[in-house]
Ligand binder design. Structure first.
Ligand SMILES: Cc1cc2nc3c(=O)[nH]c(=O)nc-3n(C[C@H](O)[C@H](O)[C@H](O)COP(=O)(O)OP(=O)(O)OC[C@H]3O[C@@H](n4cnc5c(N)ncnc54)[C@H](O)[C@@H]3O)c2cc1C
Length: 294
């Protein structure tokens, strides 16, 4: 079943995001994590793609592993530093491995290299990659969106106009950048609908587990109370528990207000996936007839 089909069912679509580990040996711990995540019955697991295709082999291997485990993968794919031939070769391989869903992204330039520069035989915007995939493949295609506006966008209105382009090019569903203010998500969904975007917009939730998270600028508003509760926690465990409590409340509220699912940025960690699902199950029974309907 494709992810677009899953959004067509009454049950909220639940997914986890993981990344290919940088160190070779660590992939085994990711595979162990898959064994622990499988019983939580995610609808799909998305696998990020390294800047500039830096981890193509491992990215492919992880997606293929998920197919073999019977878990639907969503393969992220960016056009950074790649011409059409390289793009085609990788998409062919993903298709041949049984991957059916791709998240088509422009991508960020590798750190320290300045503004995004398209490959001479590549694509400048995600919308162009989406159109290219649509023309040649039967993949179900997802795309990224930004409730609080993409960092490089000239204005929220321009960013929205470009998002409309992505859906017109053929994106079947959208996954949001993390946000912590649900009102920002629902206001964004309203603006998308007014602009004519009809595809599902799956909210992305980041369970913050450590105060180190706040050392970096993420381009999204962070509530002062979340930051304070982690920074003032007595230790690592208490900080993680605070972050999880915030994420659980956020997820509950999103579903209660009719979000079509949850995309959890678990970043290879089992604990937040388990804690969030367990708490939602207690409330609304994902184990049985599951979460509230959309
Ligand atoms: C859910 C999600 C998953 C992600 N996964 C990854 C990943 O695996 N690997 C990775 O490297 N990065 C990933 N990213 C980050 C993403 O690559 C960056 O945010 C990147 O800067 C933009 O990618 P995009 O696909 O949104 O680009 P685009 O949709 O092309 O937009 C990029 C910028 O260009 C502007 N724009 C778009 N079209 C036009 C146009 N026609 N004319 C002028 N301006 C235009 C937009 O307003 C925006 O400011 C992810 C982001 C999200 C939200």
């Amino acid at each position: 079943m494709t992810i677009a089909h899953l959004f067509g069912t009454p049950r909220p679509v639940l997914s986890f995001e993981v990344f290919p580990p940088k160190r070779d040996g660590d992939v085994e711990s990711l595979y162990r994590a898959f064994d622990e995540l499988a019983p939580l019955r995610p609808d799909y697991i998305s696998v990020t793609y390294g800047a500039g295709g830096s981890n193509v082999g491992l990215h492919h291997e992880i997606n293929a592993r998920l197919v073999r485990l019977g878990i639907t993968p969503l393969a992220h794919f960016t056009c950074v530093g790649q011409g059409r031939e390289a793009i085609r070769t990788q998409l062919d391989r993903l298709r041949d491995a049984g991957v059916r869903n791709v998240l088509a992204l422009r991508g960020d330039p590798p750190k320290g290299t300045g503004a995004f520069e398209p490959h001479p035989d590549g694509f400048r915007h995600a919308s162009e990659l989406i159109a290219y995939i649509r023309e040649r493949y039967a993949f179900c295609v997802g795309a990224a969106c930004y409730p609080e506006t993409h960092l490089e966008a000239t204005s929220p209105a321009d960013d929205l106009a470009h998002l409309v382009r992505k859906t017109r090019a053929g994106a079947d569903f959208l996954v949001t950048q993390m946000f912590f203010d649900n009102a920002a998500y629902f206001a964004f969904v309203r603006r998308c609908r007014e602009a004519g975007i009809t595809v599902p917009i799956q909210p992305g939730v980041m369970p913050v587990m450590t105060p180190k998270f706040f050392d970096r600028e993420w381009g999204v508003a962070v509530p002062a109370e979340l930051k304070r509760s982690l920074q003032e926690a007595a230790g690592a465990d208490e900080a993680a528990a605070s972050g999880l409590a915030f994420a659980i409340a956020q997820c509950r509220d999103l579903l209660a207000q009719g979000a079509p699912g949850l995309h959890l940025y678990i970043m290879n960690r089992v604990r937040p996936a388990r804690a969030i699902l367990k708490s939602l199950e207690g409330e609304s029974g994902r184990g049985g007839e599951s979460l509230p309907s959309k």
